[in-house]
Design a protein around this ligand. Sequence first.
Ligand code: PAF
Length: 282
Amino acid sequence: MIIATTAAEVRRQVRAWQRAGLTVGLVPTMGYLHEGHASLIDCAKRECDRVVASVFVNPTQFGPGEDLEAYPRDFEHDCALLSEHGCDMVFHPAVEEMYPDGGIVTYVELHNDMPKQLCGVTRPIHFRGVCTVVSKLFNIASPDKAFFGQKDAQQLAIIRRMARDMSYGIEIIGCPIVRDADGLAKSSRNTYLSPEERKAALVLSRAVRLGEKMVAEGETRAAVVLNAMQTLIEGEPLALIDYVSAVSLDTLMPVTEMKSGVLTAMAVYIGRTRLIDNFIIR
Ligand code: PAF
């Protein structure tokens, strides 16, 4: 596996692959990789001839007081996982490589309500940072396809819209949520949880299962489903709800009816750790 630290190296290598007629998949990550990321690499391997992963903890998507400094990092472990899953190149730039001259003044940002909903209420600059860095990665790697987890459903919807609006010509592929055996959605932030909090965190996947079951049994009123999920979460003493919402998968605007194309998403603090989970009605 090639380890690249500069944009120029990535451009050179991807161009060489594409000149040889090979397709290239990009898997953007912030590192501290787990089976969720591995499933993105596996999916990219199935769909593309060569796979590039990026490992970069992107400062512009963290607001003041968020966990930028504390965000877990282990590049050696990341490389082992990536090469085990057949990743061809990892791009691991320094902050100065991505944001030279002490910062950035050009941002990529959606000017509709999508970044203001759900996580955007408490993380107002988050999606501007995500779109900016993903757009830079798209420009650097010019992949044919890019792969993102469905766990970050709002991020995926926003990136789809950005890629369409900016005419990237890159196919955006969403991959299913990967869970631990007991249901907890895989997340690099799960490492912040104490054993007691780890148990309490199961309330998120329990709420997802409850919501899915109610919909499967015919409940169509969003308010009823959301109420039941909220009540379940509130029964867990270590949990504090940020939001539990049902929105349109395309626009991220709230809906009243549980039907195909609805994303039910939640963010819940377990102690000081903010976790997200969701389900989509197909
Ligand atoms: O989902 C993530 O890990 C990040 O938001 C991403 C897409 C790699 C951008 O930094």
